[in-house]
Design a protein around this ligand. Structure first.
Ligand code: C2O
Ligand code: CU
Ligand code: CU
Length: 471
């Protein structure tokens, strides 16, 4: 299709009006919705798909989230979250997206966030789209990177349509994607003790329906859902569990901690396992960031431990509850070393600087003073080169820097060497006044890729740019 050029940032506003009409959403009165007491419903684990050819059909479905009336959502395969895709590294996977949503939802595009996809398979915001009324796109993921298997990682997939990603994700178009890697230590908790958690906030109207109103500052909800269940409880045994925690919220950050003062043992980021485990008393993650942690419930039989969000008060502080109800023998262990980081070239071919800012006059979110234009290329790195990319934040608000295509290694944050838990990632919090220095190597894939703020309303308001890897 011919990419349309962006003339304004009004798209999301039009979309918000559209959705309010389409869904018949009344003025949101969240207080009218029925509130179940915290920790009254069990955690649900989304269904797992492991086949090499997967179909995700985007369609309306009524999902039981709150007590009483179901919530009409935009789902993949009728579920929210969508099915968890779980694949061995090194093997080709195809995912076919079929767009069976009402035409008012418009075209869709599916991004496998964190994957090393070719440009054509990356879920471009304004190209290779699945048209309404049954249009489809098949994405092929090779499971390889730089001549080897892709590293094991906890990824996720979500809609990425230009101007309306926030709306589409809020309505339910998101799911988890795990790459299993035999090169990762085999003694880590596995099977039922390896639990993915998609954490997202939503607000509901008096009829239990989602209401989305675009706000360029970012949209937050007043309920926390874990795998779609509001504040669930989860029965665990007195042993180690691996939790892969994804912040799939549009704009909310969480500062996770355990109510009994116990530490997490962080073993990974969105880019796979850390070089070595790191103990952390609390973990702050913004939208799209993931942490892979082990919680050891040994010697806690009979205890109830709450996963808290120290960044908020009241019910927003209570994310979920672990009930240690089972007496089990722990056969898992966490090795002292996990996975070394991939080596990057010592020297960078190019250093680029990107300032996340805000236009003083229009209020628009900007990268290097510009809003996204799909017809503009903002950087042209050469295939095979290692570069240094510096991001600064002069905007007066927090942002999440996310780069497609390849993982990045952190050289420094505010002039200080990278903390052991954030040496390699692909989504980075960039607080007010902060500077991060990243190194990245452009392997395998020529073509265009976007990078953007992952606060979805900032992204939809065009805080996005594009690089083209050239041979
Ligand atoms: Cu999850 Cu371009 O994003
Ligand atoms: Cu991405
Ligand atoms: Cu932002």
């Amino acid at each position: 299709m011919v990419p349309r050029s962006r003339v304004s940032v009004l798209g999301p506003l039009v979309a918000a009006v559209l959705i309010a009409t389409t869904l018949g959403a009344s003025a949101a009165t969240p207080a009218g919705a029925v509130i179940a007491p915290a920790f009254s419903r069990p955690l649900v684990i989304p269904r797992v798909l492991t086949g090499s050819n997967i179909t995700l059909t985007a369609k309306l479905a009524d999902v039981q989230i709150l007590p009483g009336t179901k919530t009409r959502m935009w789902t993949y395969n009728g579920m929210f979250p969508g099915p968890t895709i779980r694949r061995p590294t090194g093997q080709t996977t195809t995912v076919t997206l079929i767009n069976n949503l009402p035409a008012a939802a418009g075209e869709l595009t599916l991004h496998n966030h964190g994957n090393h996809s070719t440009a054509q398979n990356d879920g471009q915001p304004d190209d290779f789209l699945a048209a309404p009324n049954g249009g489809s796109v098949t994405y092929t993921y090779t499971g390889t990177e730089a001549g080897a298997n892709e590293r094991g990682a906890f990824q996720w997939y979500h809609d990425h349509r230009m101007d309306v990603t926030g709306r589409n994700v809020w309505m339910g178009l998101a799911g988890m994607y795990i790459i299993d890697d035999p090169a990762d230590p085999r003694t880590l908790p596995k099977g039922e003790f390896d639990v993915p958690l998609l954490v997202a906030d939503r607000s509901f109207d008096a009829n239990n329906q989602l209401a989305y109103r675009f706000n360029a500052a970012g949209v937050t909800g007043n309920r926390i859902l874990v795998n779609s269940v509001p504040q669930p409880y989860f029965n665990v045994g007195d042993r180690k569990y691996r939790f892969r925690i994804l912040n799939a919220s549009n704009s909310r950050s969480y500062d996770f901690a355990l109510s009994n003062g116990q530490s997490f043992i962080q073993i990974g980021t969105e880019s796979g396992l850390l070089p070595a485990p790191v103990r952390r008393s609390h973990i702050l993650i913004g939208p799209a960031e993931r942490v892979d942690v082990v919680i050891d419930f040994a010697r806690r039989l009979g205890k109830r431990i709450v996963l808290q969000n120290l960044a908020a008060d009241g019910s927003l502080r209570q994310v979920m509850q672990f009930r240690v109800t089972r007496d089990l023998t722990d056969t898992s262990s966490i090795p002292a070393t996990l996975r070394p980081l991939p080596a990057l070239d010592a020297t960078s071919a190019v250093t680029r600087t990107f300032e996340f800012g805000r236009n003083r006059f229009s209020g628009a979110w900007t990268i290097n003073d510009q809003v996204f234009d799909p017809n503009r290329i903002d950087a042209s790195p050469r295939l095979g080169d290692t570069e240094t990319w510096i991001f600064t934040n002069k905007s007066g608000s927090n942002h999440i820097v996310h780069l497609h295509d390849v993982d990045q290694q952190l050289v420094s944050r505010n002039g200080v060497a990278a903390k052991p838990y954030e040496r390699m990632k692909e989504s980075w919090s960039l607080g007010i006044g902060e500077t991060i220095v990243l190194k990245l190597k452009f392997t395998d894939n020529p073509g265009k890729f976007v990078f953007h703020c992952h606060i979805l309303e900032h992204e939809d308001a065009a805080m996005m740019a594009q690089f083209e890897v050239v041979p």
